[in-house]
Ligand binder design. Structure first.
Ligand code: AMP
Ligand code: ZN
Length: 124
């Protein structure tokens, strides 16, 4: 599969998966882990990542559909557990143009004390 190796020794999220870097975990199972973002942009901000090193959504294909489905299916459950029963925002930044900084696929779950506004300003 393209964009995938078992692990990347230099990837910080692979290092978190292996326990070499600390994280404040909110969930883990054989497929994925979830942990709080180190620089939260809202009162609640955590990430869901696959244990396997997938670079980004751009490298995913049909073969990844079960894994991606399981990650998204966990989002609502974990969000509610973290106090986001009123709603949350789900963000997947992809590639340089998408503002991705860590090249190990991750889903941001963001929410907090007040409703979030529209995400992007309209152009023109
Ligand atoms: P992105 O721009 O989607 O690639 O975002 C990467 C996210 O990873 C940012 O929100 C960072 O704050 C977060 N991050 C980077 N290093 C760590 C870390 N060691 N533990 C938790 N979150 C991290
Ligand atoms: Zn990785």
């Amino acid at each position: 599969m393209s964009g995938q190796t078992a692990a990347d020794p230099d990837c910080i999220f692979c290092r978190i998966v292996r326990g070499e870097l600390p994280s404040r975990r909110v969930f883990e199972d054989p497929d994925m882990i979830a942990f709080h973002d180190i620089k939260p942009i809202a009162p609640v901000h955590f990430l869901i990542i696959p244990r396997q090193h997938l670079v980004s959504l751009a490298e995913c294909d049909e073969a990844h559909a079960p894994l991606l489905g399981r990650m998204l299916a966990k989002a609502g459950v974990l969000a509610r557990e973290q106090g986001l029963g009123g709603g949350f925002r789900t963000i997947i930044n992809t590639g340089r143009g998408g503002g991705q900084e860590v090249y190990h696929l991750h889903v941001h779950i963001v929410g907090g004390s007040r409703p979030l506004g529209a995400m992007l300003p309209r152009e023109g």
